[in-house]
Design a protein around this ligand. Sequence first.
Ligand code: GTP
Ligand code: MG
Length: 222
Amino acid sequence: MDLTLWQYQFRIIMLGDSTVGKSSLLKRYTEDLFLGSINETVGVDFYVHFLEVEPGVRVKLQFWDTAGQERFRSVTRSYYRNSVGGLLVFDITNRASFDHIKEWHSEVCEHVQPHRVLFILVGQKIDRDENKERAVSREEAEKLAGQMGVPYVEASAKTGHNVREAFELLTRRVYQGILSGEVELQEGWDGVKCAAPQALRLQRSSLSQTSTAPKNDRKCCG
Ligand code: GTP
Ligand code: MG
């Protein structure tokens, strides 16, 4: 099957303080690479990945990797509104990055109204727990996640632990949100896009050869 064909496109935003490992998570997920060197993001970077959320339903994930540094905030803010999903990332060895999560969360929620962003909370650099470098307990992080009503995952871009799981959990959450109506597809909002009908027809015909039809294009393509 042609990987460029998809039924849905989700725009997902990476949020959190500088150096927590947002770009490293994306590099691990999209290229299975980890670069140990510091390479701070300037403004916003862009990554793409494809995920089949159920047989025959292919999602194009478009990631906006924002710079955590305050001086880029006016640029990164402009990306909030057209995002359907967000990873709120902190570093489990960096207490301040955890303390700032609430601010990241409320800042995004304010800017996206009347739309909603579905989040997950990610405790990053879990590999450093082995050296007793943890500054935020799992219980505290779970409590914060509970207050925000979002799932919590501990991950490491360095070892790859839970990285795919974190991105897939969020993607499936968004997909379920579309199916349930929690996420509404609206004109003039680019958080979720649907494939062009022509691409869908092509995909359906290629899928029919493998006998699995897309289960849900009802909300998307009328
Ligand atoms: P900004 O672009 O400035 O917002 O930072 P960022 O959140 O994108 O952080 P980045 O991915 O650039 O990582 C910062 C530093 O942390 C780099 O030196 C990475 O190698 C390191 N790092 C990232 N993820 C991990 C991890 O899972 N474990 C460990 N030990 N180090 C990591
Ligand atoms: Mg970065």
